[in-house]
Each structure stands twice: as structure tokens, then as C-alpha cells.
Design a protein around this ligand. Structure first.
Ligand SMILES: [Mn+2]
Length: 309
């Protein structure tokens, strides 16, 4: 990660206090177990975002004509810093950001970053919606509880319910603990091929209430669409399935979205993964903004201050 200021869609950054959308790059690559490169994820997604149109064609508006965006300084793990120390520093950093009135969106980095951010944004009870090929529900993996294989176990331990979507790689003991836990709702990838199960998932997302946090592991996608991930698995969610899920989540007026993250992306030569992550971020931002009526606010966002013709 270089020291130049990172931006979303190359737009000028608002301050932490002013921003309606706060984007935090967390290029952590520490406990990865297979393919390397998650440290490149945030920068690759932000670089790809420059190629997006400002107009978000599904919502039919330009989010940054009306909303201010701020990309924060990246949270990097320090040399010799322990895993636990880093996650605690990440939690404290996220906890000091304005809590209400803005969308918090983190870009990973490996999935182990999620529990600290959920703790900071959602200290009380709430729901975590997970899109992932893996359940990430191990108590410990390769000797560390801070592994990218464990974040959902920590989230559950902190009292949150979990809706798991797209899971297709799961360890026997995880499967047993999930089956026995009424607070974890598992929608396996294969069962989502059934129309009735897919509709049941959308109905549950539309009926969700209270505080919630959305975490999207890029390996939840079909790897023939998104190959830039550390632990690819065949099968997976299509772009349109993910958009339907995002629409069901962000369109739900009963939910107080405390934040979202897009993790485990690896920048790759075709740029398809990078662009998918960037466009997904734009869709989440657009959906959240429309749900909060930003399209009716004055058009003095950063897009109005750049020359783009
Ligand atoms: Mn994951």
C-alpha cells in the first residue's frame, strides 16, 4: 500500500465528520492459508472504482452528487504487532468513527478483520449477514483464533445472530455446531439452487429488524466470475443473486445497518475481481443512500466538484 491518498471513484475525500460514506481499507494478509494476495484487495478495488460511472443504473441516480465520501487511511498491521493487538487497534479505530448517520464500509484484507469491526459498530445484539463459500465458524485454525477461518465463531460468541449465505465448504464440527444453534441460519449454496429456499432467504432478509452488519467474502461468488480470492470453491453466487440479496438488505426499512465489509479480494490481471468489488461497493452505497433519502438532498456532493466530461 503506497502513501498516496486513496479515493473512491477518484472523488475528493470528505473528512470523517462530514462523510456520509466512510470507507476503511484494511489490507490485512496475515493468516492466509492458500493463495496469497489479500493485501492487494483494497487498493485494487479503489483503483477499479475510478472506472465506474457515477450514475448507478439500478437506482437511477448519482450517489455522490448527493453524498460525501471519505476514504480513511488504511489500517495496516505493524511489523511485530500480534494478531490480537492488531484486531484491538482496529476495533478502537472503528469505534472512534461517527456511529450514526453514515455508512461504514470496510475493504479487506482477510476475513479475520470482521469481528473487531462488528464489535465496534454493533456492541449490542444484532444480526450479521454473511456471504461466503465457507462458514468461517472454526474456534481455532492453524493455531490461531484470529484466523480467517474463525470470524463467524467470534461474532456468534459476542451474541449476534448470523445468516450464512452461499456456504459450500464446511468442516464437520462446524456443521454440527451450526445445526445445533438456533441463532445461526445456514443457506447452503446448493440448496439456494432451489426456488423455494431462495425465496425463503429473501423473505428472511426482508423481514429482518434491528441492528445488522453485512459481510461479503468475495469467495461467495462463483469463482468463474470472481477468481481473485484466496480460497476459491466451485459453485457460488451469481452477480444477480448477490444484487438481489443486497437489494433485500438495503431496501429493508426495519434494519439499522451498522456497517458492511467486502473482504478477501485479490487484485488480478483481468481486473474482473477488482471491478466486481468496486461495483458491489457502489451498489451497497446506492441502496443505503436511497433508503435514507439522500437522493432528495441538495446536489452538492463531490461529483459536482470534479470535471468529468
Ligand atoms: Mn470468509
Amino acid at each position: 500500500m503506497n502513501m498516496t491518498e486513496l479515493r473512491f471513484q477518484a472523488l475528493p475525500n470528505a473528512t470523517e465528520k462530514e462523510a456520509d460514506v466512510l470507507i476503511l481499507p484494511v489490507p490485512l494478509e496475515s493468516t492466509v492459508s492458500y493463495k496469497l494476495g489479500t493485501r492487494s484487495g483494497p487498493e485494487a478495488i479503489l483503483a477499479a472504482s475510478e472506472q465506474l460511472e457515477y450514475y448507478e443504473e439500478d437506482g437511477g441516480w448519482c450517489p455522490f452528487r448527493h453524498m460525501d465520501v471519505g476514504v480513511l487511511s488504511a489500517m495496516n498491521k505493524r511489523l511485530h504487532e500480534g494478531e490480537g493487538e492488531f484486531h484491538e487497534r482496529l476495533r478502537a479505530r472503528v469505534a472512534e468513527l461517527p456511529a450514526a448517520g453514515s455508512l461504514f464500509l470496510a475493504l479487506g484484507g482477510e476475513h479475520s478483520i470482521t469481528p473487531a469491526m462488528v464489535r465496534a459498530r454493533m456492541p449490542g445484539p444484532g444480526t450479521v449477514v454473511l456471504l461466503d463459500a465457507h462458514a468461517d465458524f472454526r474456534r481455532v485454525y492453524e493455531g490461531t483464533e484470529h484466523s480467517h477461518a474463525c470470524p463467524m465463531h467470534h461474532v456468534r460468541e459476542n451474541g449476534h445472530e448470523i445468516i450464512m449465505i452461499g456456504i459450500r465448504s464446511i468442516f464437520e464440527e462446524e456443521a454440527e455446531r451450526i445445526a445445533a444453534d438456533p441463532g445461526v441460519h445456514l443457506y447452503r449454496d446448493r440448496s439456494l439452487q432451489r426456488r423455494d429456499v431462495w425465496e425463503q432467504l429473501l423473505a428472511q432478509l426482508r423481514a429482518l429488524t434491528g441492528p445488522a452488519y453485512l459481510t461479503i467474502d468475495m469467495d461467495g461468488f462463483d469463482p468463474s466470475l470472481v477468481s481473485g480470492v484466496g480460497t476459491p470453491q466451485p459453485g457460488g453466487l451469481s452477480w444477480f443473486q448477490v444484487l438481489e440479496i443486497v437489494d433485500a438488505c438495503m431496501g429493508n426499512e426495519g434494519v439499522d445497518w451498522r456497517g458492511a465489509d467486502i473482504v478477501e479480494a485479490i487484485g488480478e490481471p483481468t481486473r474482473v475481481t477488482d471491478m466486481t468489488g468496486a461495483k458491489l461497493a457502489h451498489k451497497i452505497i446506492s441502496g443505503w443512500g436511497l433508503r435514507h433519502g439522500y437522493d432528495r438532498r441538495p446536489a452538492n456532493g463531490p461529483q459536482t466538484r470534479v470535471d468529468y466530461d
